[in-house]
Ligand binder design. Structure first.
Ligand SMILES: [Zn+2]
Ligand SMILES: [Zn+2]
Length: 555
């Protein structure tokens, strides 16, 4: 492409929730902003994560100068293992963001070959011909930045995810000054987070949840379980502080909660006083009113620590009558069923459950800017062109309308979606064609199990490895298991080994036996457990990965 033109090419996140990835191209140089994943919907059976199709990048691999990260949420960094295994380019991110990235790459054995560069707010760096200026912003996570990218045509600002929190718990303030400075000098393009465009007013500060936390800590007589996203460092910090003030020991339960807290402590975001932390195995050694458990699993993920504790199947986290469980998180649309299932189990255990029911003071606040904050940034930046990013189509559209209504602050508003190419030059801005985008489904987060898309994946599964249907009869009322499970297969070659299906039946029986009555009565949980156990068994025995779909028959 000729120099003097700029291409803005969203590869994900514009018109869908998650999978944020944006290519900025000037001449023969491409800079990528973020590489996020999307969590699959329940229908995507057997798929663990969804990442963006990056064929635009691989087709231009000699031009890609690197990936710059705005912050460490999964919808911004979760696709990196997959992207870097296709295209090993340098990655820039803040200290905290890189700590998450390192964890992730390590898990995929990609860390040794990765070329990671730490950046600091206000310290400019070069990516190919682009000078990038990271600007500190506030969000539900810590160490987040917006990016001002200097191009020959002018400055582009990408906000990343943000809200304007005047009182962040880490006291690292939103750098409104830099936005204003750029506004004075002139900004070519502003790309702004659309997630909360439907909300009026201002998003409350992270500190707003403190009042509710105080009420709950003061009122709780027995064990207190606090569940939040493992990346909610502000919330973990608050819980640790309150536990300390109320004389409760703290236990972290769940792998993600542990590793996230460890990173936050290492980097000085949370301080854990000597002697406060106990191992989950020690919970039982302390009086009920002296323990606070931080537990992962706010979205009802079937195998999470909270889901398991809710059905009394967690080794250390026992939730009993009169205990309090606080879910300090939002209910992500699509997860309602799973979350309310967990809450129901908790009610059945006669626990006192506190969740985001819209009451005030809030138990959870959003990390994304509401309308007044969005307008504030637009006013400060006064961009020539404006592009809404991070949102489903209606959010992008509403954000575009909001910006259009701000006469005098915005030049042209351009509404584009993933795959559109926005071309900017001296004459103007226009949509100039499309590139290939889409969802790539990945099994077990492993880079070798990449499959092209869901349909191809299903077909491949069926044609190469077939399908396995374990059929289990369960008494609806008692939760008792009926006759031994049947296993029906199609296109799955069991080979010479007659013992394979006997073994599979035994695995299913074993899984059923080791599950509690409540788990057996919860078909979502029991199906997932059977699927996971059978998948492990079959792939170990045969190196094959058939589609496994447990079927429960109520008798
Ligand atoms: Zn975020
Ligand atoms: Zn995000």
């Amino acid at each position: 492409m000729p120099t003097g033109k700029l291409h803005i090419v969203p590869l994900g996140g514009l018109g869908e929730f998650g999978m944020n990835c944006m290519a900025v191209r000037g001449g023969d140089d491409i800079l990528v902003i973020d590489g996020g994943l999307m969590f699959p919907e329940a229908e995507l059976l057997g798929v663990d994560i969804v990442v963006p199709d990056i064929s635009y990048l691989t087709e231009n691999r000699d031009k890609v100068r690197g990936i710059v990260l705005t912050h460490g949420h999964e919808d911004h960094i979760g696709a990196l293992p997959w992207i870097l295994s296709e295209l090993n380019v340098p990655v820039w991110g803040t200290e905290f963001t890189l700590a998450y990235v390192e964890d992730k790459l390590d898990e995929h054995e990609l860390l040794d070959d990765a070329d990671l560069h730490e950046i600091k707010p206000n310290e400019r760096f070069k990516v190919g011909p682009f000078t990038v200026h990271p600007i500190q912003v506030t969000h539900s996570l810590v160490d987040c930045v917006a990016l001002a990218i200097h191009t020959p045509l002018g400055v582009i600002i990408h906000t990343g995810d943000f809200k304007v929190d005047p009182t962040p718990t880490d006291n690292k303030l939103f750098d409104l000054h830099s936005f204003a400075e750029y506004g004075k000098e002139g900004v070519l393009l502003l790309m702004q987070d659309s997630t909360n465009v439907e909300r009026r007013g201002y998003t409350p500060s992270e500190r707003a949840v403190r009042q509710k936390f105080e009420e709950v800590f003061a009122a709780t007589k027995r064990r207190l379980f606090v569940s939040c996203f493992s990346s909610s460092i502000h919330r973990i910090k608050l819980t640790v502080e309150m536990a300390w003030e109320h004389g409760r020991k703290v236990a972290f339960v769940g792998r993600s909660m542990n590793s996230s807290a460890e990173i936050a402590e290492d980097l000085g975001y949370i301080e854990i006083p000597e002697g406060l932390l106990i191992h989950p195995g020690e919970i039982k050694n302390f009086p009920e009113d002296k323990v606070c458990v931080l537990i992962s699993g706010t979205q009802g993920e079937p195998m999470s620590a909270l889901s398991r504790a809710a059905v009394d199947n967690h080794k250390h986290a026992k939730i009993e009558k009169g205990d309090t469980v606080m879910l300090s998180s939002r209910i992500i649309p699509g997860n309602e069923k799973a979350i309310y299932r967990v809450i129901d189990h908790l009610f059945r255990r006669q626990a006192h459950v506190i969740y985001d029911d819209g009451s005030v003071p809030p138990i959870h606040v959003s990390g994304h800017a509401s309308q007044e904050e969005l307008k504030l940034i637009i006013n400060l930046v006064k961009p020539k062109y404006f592009v809404p990013v991070h949102g489903e189509y209606r959010q992008l559209k509403l954000h575009a309308e909001l910006a259009k209504s701000m006469h005098g602050a915005v030049g042209n508003v351009m509404l584009i979606e993933s795959g559109d190419v926005l071309e900017i030059d001296e004459l103007g801005a226009r949509k100039a064609g499309k590139v290939n985008v889409g969802r790539v489904c990945i099994d077990s987060g492993s880079r070798v199990d990449v499959v092209e898309d869901l349909i191809v994946k299903d077909r491949r599964h069926l044609s190469e490895d077939g399908i396995v249907l374990p059929i289990i009869a369960i008494h609806k009322l008692t939760g008792d298991v009926g006759p031994p499970p049947e296993i029906v297969t199609r296109g799955f070659n069991t080979g010479e080994d007659d013992g394979l299906m006997d073994g599979a039946r035994q695995i299913v029986m074993q899984t059923l036996e080791q599950s509690s009555d409540e788990e057996r009565a919860d078909y979502g949980v029991i199906k997932e457990k059977i699927r996971a156990d059978l998948k492990r068994y079959i792939s170990k025995q045969t190196q094959k990965r058939p589609l496994i779909m447990p079927v429960i028959l109520e008798i």
